[in-house]
Design a protein around this ligand. Structure first.
Ligand code: SAM
Length: 239
């Protein structure tokens, strides 16, 4: 996969060099480039924003720098992601789908957002997605691009040493993950649930499933009825 990120604060994306995306690059699974949008400005102040037509508070990101950047980077056929609080809510299913794409280009907004024509024009050349990482407003799209990149890159085939660890995670089967424990078996007076020490794999799997259902019912009941792995019995046990 190749990922390009366009931002007026490229240093904000330094974590992409670290940890998980860094590892994916080292493994040759990911090619990644962060670009300073200001390199596509033409005035001496490297201006990327202007006042909104129709008036109102704040500034809007100008179309020309994005247009020139898209031309130079060649977005035709790519998937261009505009991070925006008015986008489709990002979730694990979307991460899985995006992980199958060859090329992602992130356009990070600032101020009051990006001139709508940038999005409309990109949509005539590329697969455009407008994605939100939650119902709150950030100052810029960089954190959203980081979050989406991290969620997608860890799903790239060959990235995870043990792919089973992906299968059991929260949101993979529509449930939140069960609680996890490691050594020691007793810590500060708190014991690991005995079933996990029993060596009985069937009982452990049943306990984990019950815990996942219970936790989902407590914290995210909205997910529970959509989960394919919850049987009728599981739900009536909780009622
Ligand atoms: N005026 C915009 C609105 O009300 O929708 C908010 C603009 S916000 C201050 C500036 C930029 O931050 C946005 O263009 C977007 O790129 C990014 N951003 C803010 N919140 C976000 C969210 N929840 N998900 C994704 N991107 C977000």
């Amino acid at each position: 996969m190749r990922i390009d990120v366009l931002s007026i604060f490229p240093d904000y994306l330094a974590p992409l060099e670290l940890s998980l995306p860094g590892k994916a690059r080292a493994k040759g699974l990911l090619e990644l480039a962060v670009h300073d949008l200001r390199q596509w400005t033409t005035d001496k102040h490297h201006t990327t924003d202007d006042t909104p037509y129709g008036g109102g508070a704040g500034m809007v990101m100008k179309p020309e720098p994005f247009g020139a950047a898209f031309d130079d980077l060649g977005i035709d056929g790519a998937t261009v992601i505009f991070t925006t609080p008015s986008g489709a809510p990002f979730n694990q299913e979307m991460a899985r789908e995006l992980a199958t794409h060859d090329r992602l280009v992130f356009a990070c907004g600032r101020y009051e957002g990006i001139d709508q024509r940038v999005i409309d024009h990109a949509a005539s050349r590329a697969d455009v997605r407008e994605i939100s990482i939650g119902d709150y407003v950030l100052n810029g799209g960089e954190v959203a691009a980081l979050a989406i990149t991290e969620a997608v890159v860890r799903l790239l085939p060959g990235f995870m040493g043990n792919p089973d660890s992906l299968v059991e995670e929260s949101h993979e089967d529509g449930l939140l993950e069960y609680p996890v424990f490691t050594k020691p078996a007793e810590w500060r007076g708190l014991d690991v649930p005995p079933v996990l020490l029993s060596g009985n794999h069937k009982a452990i799997a049943q306990w984990r499933h019950d815990q996942a259902v219970r936790r989902t019912a407590d914290r995210r009941p909205d997910l529970l009825h959509g989960s394919a792995v919850v049987g009728i019995g599981d739900l009536s046990d909780l009622e």
